[in-house]
Write a protein that binds this ligand. Structure first.
Ligand code: ZN
Length: 330
């Protein structure tokens, strides 16, 4: 019977701190193909793209650039690379404490395998954690097509155009975010826009409290777009950075004025227990009139609907902007 390799127990995948994919190209013939692939990756995945190495570097036998990524990105990115590598060879390897073994014994190749000069690599090195992504934007890290491709003003049809023009005048994110799916149903979209307009600029609730209510909903829904768009508006309206920071960390803010604590408790009770207790209602009556209580309830409900549209359409923050809530954060 042949000897089994000396491996008394299986290795655990928690040895793997992160992954690299090395995309090889020939500067004379396939650089433009590599550029296109890099751009596609940049638009689709949470990864760190290394710089272009037009000459051989380290153990690598060809010009290449590196993609560094977290293990969570592997199931989306690697199959996508299998389908989209074109004529390029890609080496995907884990990062453990043994770079030589990572590159030589344990990698996988997409496309034709190339030489790797393992003698240039150490057998013992600190594990490389996934670096912070330099491309924290674009589609979620799923590699799939957007459900609602982003509309642009020049692509709006006659029914969408009047609404698109009104939105463009007041929106910090143009016709992206909730407006992108809303424009697909222009009559509904117009009525929602009119409602948003009231709730943003005509409501009886003071802006600081109105924006606080919107952020409470944005946090509950972990809505990247709502938080991205409204946290600056709340700060500008005078809500303290501490309150915004604690809310973002899913805490009941510790230093709220009475009207702020009423808004927090009123909106949180209503959305999490589906009622408002007599005690909280009595507190609300001391700081708000009836119209304000109705407007406060409506703004909270409206932003639940907005969060639903955003979640359904898988909308995210504009290109190049950081997402407020990170992957894996609750
Ligand atoms: Zn590497």
């Amino acid at each position: 019977m042949p000897d089994l390799p000396h491996n008394p127990v299986p290795r655990l995948t928690n040895e793997i701190a992160s992954f690299h994919a090395h995309v090889y190209y020939d500067p004379a013939t396939t650089r433009s193909e590599a550029e296109r692939l890099r751009r596609w990756i940049d638009e689709r995945f949470f990864v760190t793209l290394g710089r272009w190495h037009n000459v051989k570097v380290g153990p690598h036998d060809q010009a290449m650039f590196q993609i560094a990524f977290a293990s969570e990105v592997f199931p989306a990115l690697v199959p996508w690379l299998m389908l989209n590598h074109g004529s390029l060879s890609i080496l995907v390897h884990p990062n453990t404490t043994n770079p030589r073994r990572d590159h030589l014994a344990d990698p996988l190749w997409i496309g034709p395998p190339l030489a790797v000069h393992g003698e240039k690599l150490p057998e013992e090195a600190p594990m490389e954690q996934a670096p912070p992504p330099n491309t924290m934007f674009a589609a979620p890290a799923t590699g799939k097509e957007p459900r609602f491709p982003q509309l642009t003003m020049d692509r709006l049809d006659e029914k969408q155009k009047p609404l698109g023009e009104q939105i463009a005048k007041v929106s910090s994110i143009g016709i992206a975010g909730p407006y992108n799916p809303m424009l697909r149903s222009p009559v509904l979209g117009q009525r929602l826009f009119d409602l948003f307009y009231y709730l943003r600029w005509q409501t009886s609730v003071p802006t600081r409290l109105n924006e606080f209510a919107i952020l409470i909903i944005g946090r509950q829904w972990r809505s990247q777009v709502e938080w991205y768009a409204h946290a600056p508006l709340a700060a500008k309206a005078g809500l303290s950075p501490d309150i915004i920071g604690e809310l973002k960390a899913s805490k009941r803010p510790s230093n709220m004025a009475e009207d702020e604590s009423v808004v927090y408790d009123f909106v949180t009770e209503l959305t999490t227990t589906q009622k408002v207790s007599d005690e909280t209602y009595a507190r609300a009556k001391k700081v708000f009139n009836d119209q304000q209580i109705v407007d406060l309830t409506a703004v909270a409900g409206n932003y639940v609907m907005v969060a639903m549209l955003l979640a359904m359409a898988e909308e995210t923050v504009p290109p190049g902007k950081e997402r407020p809530f990170k992957v894996g954060e609750k």
